[in-house]
Design a protein around this ligand. Structure first.
Ligand SMILES: Nc1nc2c(ncn2[C@@H]2O[C@H](COP(=O)(O)OP(=O)(O)OP(=O)(O)O)[C@@H](O)[C@H]2O)c(=O)[nH]1
Length: 341
């Protein structure tokens, strides 16, 4: 379902791809950098994927699937919106024992969180209504509820499609509605897409610098702050972000296969599996040959993953192949092998 929604979104955006390919002079280019932060499973990857219209991060029903920072780019006309995931940051907020790799990653991510022009704080509103989610208030407290001089913060209440009585949403809106640092609130469903258009329009507007800020600046300090903000948002496109590097493509290929695997294999197997890219080759006709290996601990796990006469792994491979072809816009020959360690 989700894969189809993503594909449809990708196809729907094919006109925008043409737009993206148009040459926009550097003077006319605008961009805005958006960080997305939230507890595991809040829907950060789904939201990024929905907006960008293609797969940038693995999405699954299991938590902590985002293991590294992923960048997605949405380009419309002369405006580019770059999305940054903030993996591991919640670890820092919740506290964790020892200075692990995860801790280091979280510290690095924390260092950059204030650099985004917009910070989206996202949470699962359905979960919050079922059982108040302390992680949300802890996250807000950690970020500081007061207004940030250079960053616009927005609160996204995600998964509204799961809330049966929409009146319940008002309760949550009331609970978080008075935070001075959050000028905008969005009720969204990253899965169904409701509310996402408004959010995406808001983000696009942030890239448009308004000369009015100079007129309303009432003091020198105010002027400097606004001027800083003005120049910060009026920056040309991030060229690197628009190029899909081979490393990016390799990551995407692993993530798409992993997502399909998680969709088809529901036991503990995904967690004891090793999954690697074994070979990557661009062929003369422009197509890509990708070989990935799954390494299981036991023969019995291998059997489940392969399925009767290879039916499971075959299905995973076919679905992933189709999606990768749509994302890379070229032929893909995906080979999946399952071995026992
Ligand atoms: N019903 C519903 N499900 C959603 C929505 N957004 C995300 N999900 C589901 O919630 C689960 C987690 O979504 P992700 O996008 O992977 O969440 P995440 O915040 O990136 O998770 P981590 O990578 O673990 O930090 C997936 O099964 C999604 O399909 C939504 O708006 N509605």
């Amino acid at each position: 379902m989700l894969a189809r929604a993503l594909l449809e979104a990708a196809l729907e955006k094919s006109d925008e791809v043409e737009e993206k390919d148009m040459i926009v002079k550097e003077d006319d280019q605008k961009s805005v950098h958006v960080g997305i932060i939230g507890a595991p499973n809040a829907g950060k990857s789904s939201l990024t994927n929905f907006m960008v219209g293609t797969k940038v991060a693995a999405v699954s029903r299991k938590t902590n699937t985002t293991t590294h920072e992923v960048l997605g780019v949405m380009t419309k006309g002369n405006t580019q919106v770059c999305f940054f995931d903030t993996p591991g940051l919640m670890l820092r907020i919740n506290g964790f024992p020892g200075k692990t790799d995860a801790w280091m990653r979280a510290e690095n991510a924390w260092g950059s969180v204030n650099l985004y022009d917009v910070l989206i704080v996202i949470f699962d509103v359905h979960r919050h209504l079922t059982k108040p989610d302390k992680r949300v208030s802890r996250l807000i407290a950690h970020l500081g509820a007061e207004e940030h001089p250079k960053q616009k913060r927005v609160l996204c209440m995600n998964k509204v499609d799961l809330v049966e009585d929409k009146k319940d949403l008002l309760k949550v809106a009331k609970e978080f509605g008075d935070l001075p640092g959050y000028k905008r609130y969005f009720m969204i469903s990253s899965l169904k897409g409701s509310g996402v258009k408004d959010l995406s329009e808001f983000l696009m507007e942030q890239a448009l610098a308004s000369p009015l800020v100079f007129l309303v600046a009432s003091s020198l300090v105010d002027y400097i702050i606004h001027h800083y903000y003005f120049t910060a948002v009026k920056r040309p496109w991030d060229e690197e972000a628009t190029i899909m590097s081979e490393d990016n493509m390799k990551n995407i290929s692993l993530e798409v296969v992993r997502e399909k695997m998680l969709h088809h294999i529901h036991q503990e197997i995904p967690y004891v599996l090793e999954h690697r890219l074994f070979k990557w080759k661009e062929l003369r006709d422009g197509s890509i040959r990708i070989e990935q290996h799954f390494i299981t601990q036991k023969q019995s796990q291998r059997k489940i993953l392969v399925g009767k006469n290879g039916s499971k792994i075959g299905r995973i491979g076919m679905e992933a192949n189709e999606e990768l072809r749509a994302i890379f816009k070229r032929d893909v020959h995906l080979i999946l092998l399952v071995r026992v360690a």
